[in-house]
Design a protein around this ligand. Sequence first.
Ligand code: GLC
Length: 614
Amino acid sequence: MPSAPAPSGPRRPGSPRPDSWWRSAAIYQLYVRSFADGDGDGIGDLAGARARLPHLAELGIDAIWFNPWYPSPMADAGYDISDYRSIDPVFGTLADADALIAEAHAHGIRIIIDVVPNHGSDRHPWFTAALAAAPGSAARARFWFRPGRGAAGELPPNNWQSIFGGPAWTRVTEADGSPGEWYLHLFAPEQPDFNWDSPDVRREFEDVLRFWFARGVDGIRIDSAALLCKDAALPDVTGAEQPGPAHPYTDRDEVHAVYQSWRAIADDYGAGEHGAGEHGDGEHGDGEHGDGEHGAGEHGAGEHGDGEHGDGEHGDGEHRERMLIGEVWLPDPARLARYVGPGELNTVFNFPYLNCPWDAAELRRVIDETLALNAPLGAPATWVLSNHDVDRVVSRYGRPDTSFSLERRPYFHGLPVDLALGTRRARAAALLTMALPGSVYIYQGEETGLWEVQDIPDELRQDPIWDRTGGADPGRDGCRVPLPWSGTEPPFGFSPAGAAAAPWLPQPKEWRELTVAAESADGDSMLSLYREALRIRRSVPAFAATSLSWRPAPDGVLAFDRGAEHVPGSTVRCVANLSAVPVELPPHAAVLLASGPLDDGALPPDTTAWLQAH
Ligand code: GLC
């Protein structure tokens, strides 16, 4: 059972706190559609998540990151949001979210939610208003509407391609029925990009942040965080541009001002200046911006006031410190580090680590590079093995090529997978990852060793990537299959008995061996390993150290110490054997945990051990 969050009292905004919860937290990524179905419709929901909070408390995590839970037409599984201040009916209600936040806090678990600022849904009231309005109108200025090229405007305004495949522009039909302007969508056509040059857009998202912070949310995961700002001239891309100031839409410098303003808001809440009752609707809604501006008339005063919810419910000081984590995919680590500069995001996801092959030298390079870039900024590293966009780690590490990149997913899916080898390596990787200084993210199902489901029938695939690439890219459904909880056949306790519908994606029958119930009863299971590792990581003081010291080790082996070298017995050494032969363990007082059985005292290939030093 996690201990209660440490109090975080008032402080100077921006001043670093070495003990901040997000610096070392173990954060569980809860993909709500696939976690647990409370009402039997085959889709996970907040009732299901609430019912399973004890499982997460027992796992020993510090926080949950929820993928988007907002009202959405679900063109991209909820990353197309039509209302940023409510909950999609398929997941529950705002009251369910409030209850969930409160219950999680009672378990000592913090809540991080996903905010998607780059784009909304084509059903967002602002976008439907923009469609109804004329070219050049204020309503269209919140998005990127442009006339087409060609004699009759029949060609897109530029050559940008959607990240999901196909052109990044869609042509609209004007109110009079004539073919009209085009709008930009870096993802699916149902996800129009907001124009971050618009003051309305900036104000709106600041207000959305306040709305959720006031309800007790502890952190925000920022989707597609490097894409918000565009070169307003919308030039063609040549393909040679690197992300950065010269790129028309990736990692432009202007984006940092957005996050500086967001950090100020997060710090403001973290400083405890917002007591109960202070966040009335005067601040969030009608008083300042008016319904018309939110474009969501249904959010009238009185619905969201803190009199009803918000900080008043969560005590004072206990859950206050807020954090921001950015989803920033950038090849240049120095550019990535800019996002965690002074007064900006608290952390960013470490995708170089996720993409790294199972190779000691490569991993060491990424670990060193990560620590070297973060340390001078006072920012903690994050360590991520998987998420809802990438192939599951067991499958990745079971392939002859253990690296990963989103762009090359079709190639990876063509490779054979050795699940036993992948599982062994995933166990070793879990202990390596959890021994590193910083915070760690665990994607649901990672803790039970689920694999990528690569044989989903085509007609059941849901990811827009599949459709938009004409089936060339299988997309991300294979890592989003609903979790197996118990029993010996689908739905494996994902939905209640007698559920009206099957799980939204089919579960492999072999997952009967990977249910939470089966693994809870097996001391050697992946789940038992994760529970024990998280318990040790939380309780052994050496893991609180903010740095590591590498130790000499044979080729293919990573060895490092955590803890205070000058205090005898306080050091924990992590040894990960990625080589093909067993290696002798260094002298030690005790083996705290190992990812697999030792071989006559030696550490077998693809195994990690945590050792207590003498
Ligand atoms: C992020 C999300 C991904 C989503 C995309 C568009 O990359 O993680 O799931 O499809 O943004 O919002």
